[in-house]
Design a binder for this molecule. Structure first.
Ligand SMILES: *[C@@H]1O[C@H](CO)[C@@H](O)[C@H](O)[C@H]1NC(C)=O
Ligand SMILES: *[C@@H]1O[C@H](CO)[C@@H](O)[C@H](O)[C@H]1NC(C)=O
Ligand SMILES: *[C@@H]1O[C@H](CO)[C@@H](O)[C@H](O)[C@H]1NC(C)=O
Ligand SMILES: *[C@@H]1O[C@H](CO)[C@@H](O)[C@H](O)[C@H]1NC(C)=O
Ligand SMILES: CC(=O)N[C@H]1CO[C@H](CO)[C@@H](O)[C@@H]1O
Length: 210
């Protein structure tokens, strides 16, 4: 029994990063406009918090925290990873209520060693679960509605929009956002572009806030 649990957790941990965000987690509701403490722990010793070091903390919106279709909303601040916590207040104007949000802690100096990312010289990134924000007052623009699948928040528009149920139409120009195929055999070119774009958005967000 105990052995089974250990075996299962060993399997699960291969999917985890080594900076593991413990707040917020998937079933957590975070109130915008109020103090909130992001918390994390070191899981395993592949990457120590000391190695991860000084990092930038970003708020993203979308459906799946690791997908490149996630849209950066803002740089929340900077932290030294060994601190294990980061106090922030989410600006309510950044978006609308719902379970569409994720945090990224991006190391300033440590590079990713994930096999699928190593060739792109990406930074080490720790991802939170997708969590819910409440007390939000903003409205998602089209990009964010696409990325999150959210309906526009209850503003005047009573007219139901086009029935783009599942955004499989392929008119968004982001052709791989729905395609989770794991084989990197023939798609390395598009992955390359996608990862480059992700790096660019990270840099973009950083520059934007300077
Ligand atoms: C991660 O650390 C564990 C033990 O701490 C080790 O067995 C494993 O090989 C390491 N994996 C990588 C990718 O460094
Ligand atoms: C974050 O806020 C809590 C509660 O106000 C406080 O105890 C803690 O020291 C703060 N942490 C940092 C790193 O400022
Ligand atoms: C929507 O907002 C996001 C986040 O601020 C931004 O990156 C994106 O370019 C915006 N999209 C449009 C169409 O304005
Ligand atoms: C997703 O990938 C599969 C094979 O990898 C391909 O047949 C399919 O057309 C792709 N779908 C989209 C929406 O790109
Ligand atoms: C415990 C844990 O999460 N370990 C992971 C640390 O990161 C490496 C590389 O991504 C994984 O292989 C480990 O499983």
């Amino acid at each position: 029994m105990f052995k089974t649990v250990l075996a299962l957790s060993a399997i699960a941990s291969t999917a985890l990063a080594n900076l593991s965000i413990t707040h917020p987690i998937a079933d957590e509701k975070v109130k915008a406009g109020e103090d909130y403490t992001v918390e994390w722990i070191q899981s395993g010793d592949n990457k120590t918090l000391t190695e991860i070091g000084h990092s930038h903390v970003y708020l993203y919106a979308g459906k799946d925290s690791r997908q490149e279709s996630m849209v950066p909303l803002t740089l929340l601040g900077e932290v030294d990873a060994p601190a294990g916590e980061f106090n922030t207040t989410i600006d309510p104007k950044l978006g609308q209520n719902g379970k569409y949000y994720s945090l990224r802690i991006v190391s300033d100096t440590l590079k990713s060693d994930r096999p699928e990312e190593i060739q792109y010289d990406l930074p080490y990134i720790a991802y939170s679960d997708i969590f819910e924000l409440t007390e939000m007052t903003g409205t998602f623009n089209e990009t964010l509605q696409d990325a999150t699948g959210a309906k526009p928040s209850s503003t005047s528009s009573s007219s139901a929009t086009e029935p783009t149920q599942s955004d499989n139409g392929g008119d968004s120009g982001d052709s791989d956002s729905n395609n989770n195929s794991d084989d990197d055999g023939d798609s390395s070119a598009s992955k390359n572009t996608a990862f480059a774009a992700m790096g660019a958005t990270i840099l973009g967000a950083a520059v934007y806030l300077l």
